[in-house]
Design a protein around this ligand. Structure first.
Ligand SMILES: [Zn+2]
Ligand SMILES: [Zn+2]
Length: 306
């Protein structure tokens, strides 16, 4: 696949995928969303107690998520008092499939015990898999091609200081409510997500990653080393970093990230990324199918046994 410009930060001139990576490529954001979906956490105190997250980090992440229209603040009555809670908007709710894709990838590629996913439509345990909505066939990274708009040019990433890699405390890391540590390593850090996105679009050489992303060599070295340790990349004798089957499998998550970005975020004309499913020629329309019955999974029809 051809390389595309991916820039972190949320300036309006960013491509949609660049904006999505900047919004979601943060482990606290992912954990906040996960708790909202799985445990119906809606309040500041709820996340603080559940995640043992510092108050300032939580406050800044919630503010960002409200700013991006993923949560909205709503008043509710608690006894005689009026309190505020954070409700997922339609835009936020549509992220459910991204979180299920993360779960599914962890399920397929790590040996960790994870909650069971039940498809209420058929009552069976589901091992979701990625398919192309128009043709219904299983969708893999290798069978897709990407084309970028003329203005989707390469640009440097300027990451704000507060979004440096954050370390999540041990208690959270060992819980079973779908913490998904490998995914967090990949998605939970804006540099890592952009490196991986660039790899999906065909970049393999250190110098090309560097040129594409404007990333500091030390940071790039660190992320590539972590990806090799996680068996997401393999570094060949030719010095090229290639995605392993585990790395290619993460396309499942990437496809929904791209889908969400292009549906929900406004990007400048010419910065579009078009991904095509080769066998049927349709543009990317990812769907998760249930391994039990083959039907498309819907948000209200999936339940995790925690
Ligand atoms: Zn297709
Ligand atoms: Zn089913």
């Amino acid at each position: 696949m051809e390389a595309l410009a991916v820039r972190a930060g949320t300036k309006p001139d960013l491509s949609a995928i660049g904006q999505a990576l900047a919004i979601l490529g943060d482990r606290w954001v992912l954990l906040i969303l996960q708790r909202a979906f799985l445990l119906k956490v809606r309040t500041y105190a709820g996340w603080r107690d559940e995640l043992r997250i510092s108050e300032s980090v939580l406050a800044s992440r919630l503010k960002e998520l409200v700013g991006h229209g993923i949560f909205e603040l709503a008043a509710y009555r608690d006894g005689g008092r009026t309190r505020m809670e954070y409700r997922l908007t339609e835009r936020g709710l549509s992220l459910w499939v991204l979180l299920v894709a993360i779960y599914s990838w962890e399920r397929d590629w790590t040996a960790r015990p994870l909650p069971t996913l039940i498809h209420l439509g058929c009552g069976k345990e589901a091992r979701p898999y990625l398919a192309c909505r128009p043709c219904g066939d299983r969708l893999s990274a290798r069978e897709t091609s990407a084309e970028r708009g003329p203005l989707a040019t390469v640009a440097s990433i300027g990451l704000p200081r507060q979004h440096r890699r954050t370390v999540v405390r041990g208690e959270v890391a060992t819980d079973l409510i779908g913490y998904c540590p490998d995914s967090m390593e990949i998605l939970g850090d804006r540099w890592s997500t952009t490196v991986l996105a660039t790899a999906f679009l065909g970049t393999r050489r250190f110098v090309d990653f560097q040129a594409e992303l404007g990333i500091a060599p030390s940071v790039l070295t660190d992320r590539l080393r972590r990806f090799v340790e996680l068996s997401v990349f393999v570094c060949g004798d030719d010095g090229e970093y290639r995605l392993t089957p585990k790395g290619l499998g993460f396309f499942e998550v990437f496809a929904f990230l791209v889908g969400w970005a292009q549906r929900e975020l406004t990007a400048p004309p010419g910065s579009e990324l078009t991904i095509t499913h080769g066998p049927c020629g349709s543009s990317l329309a990812p769907v998760l199918l249930c391994s039990g019955c083959g039907a498309a999974l819907e948000r209200r029809e999936v339940r995790f046994l925690i």
